[in-house]
Design a protein around this ligand. Sequence first.
Ligand SMILES: *Cc1c(COP(=O)(O)O)cnc(C)c1O
Length: 222
Amino acid sequence: MAAIPPAYADVVARIARAAQAAGRSAEDVSLVAVSKQQPWEVIEPVLAAGHKVFGENRVQEALARWGAKEAHQFAGLSLHLIGPLQTNKAREAIAHFDVIESLDREKLARALADEVQKQGRSPRVYVQVNTGEEAQKAGVTPDEADAFIAACRTAYGLGPEGLMCIPPAGEPPGPHFALLRKIAVRNGLAKLSMGMSGDFETAIAFGATSVRVGSALFGARG
Ligand SMILES: *Cc1c(COP(=O)(O)O)cnc(C)c1O
């Protein structure tokens, strides 16, 4: 086994400590290593250390980096799409991702459901909630969330397993994490994707089941 990159060991240890401090088990929090815009030489050592779960925010960039997974050497990887998804990329998203965390509108739900039918492949999905109701940010508003989750289940057969949010920059993230959790609980959803390099310990305290960490693992993006 290759040497464990120090930044990776550090993030893994911080996740474990935050879980323990919250009275949770470290195994209940998974790390999505966000490899977007990172050079392969910083990704490869994390892969070599045995890490299997990576996050990307653009379909084309992810395919360029990771290739067609079925055919390549990275068997066992779990690729998460964490960025906004256009309907014209639904086919590639269903074909190549294991988890789509950015489901946020009916048109996209319909396009994904069609591709699930066509391809017979069903990535797990998360509904993205725009907890800060920011105009420039993707996600359903907190008010729309219950109806949208119900539509995903009944009209599209997508059965989301959880929720994802990105709190507004420059605001304390805690209230946003608490809101996401409240929406998940009342909709019977067990998974919460929340927390990035700057706030993943806070997110774990608020119940995150996965954290999406890029720069703390790999360094500043180019
Ligand atoms: C880029 C990105 C991250 C990782 O951000 P860092 O601050 O580098 O950890 C997490 N989530 C989403 C949705 C992102 O786009």
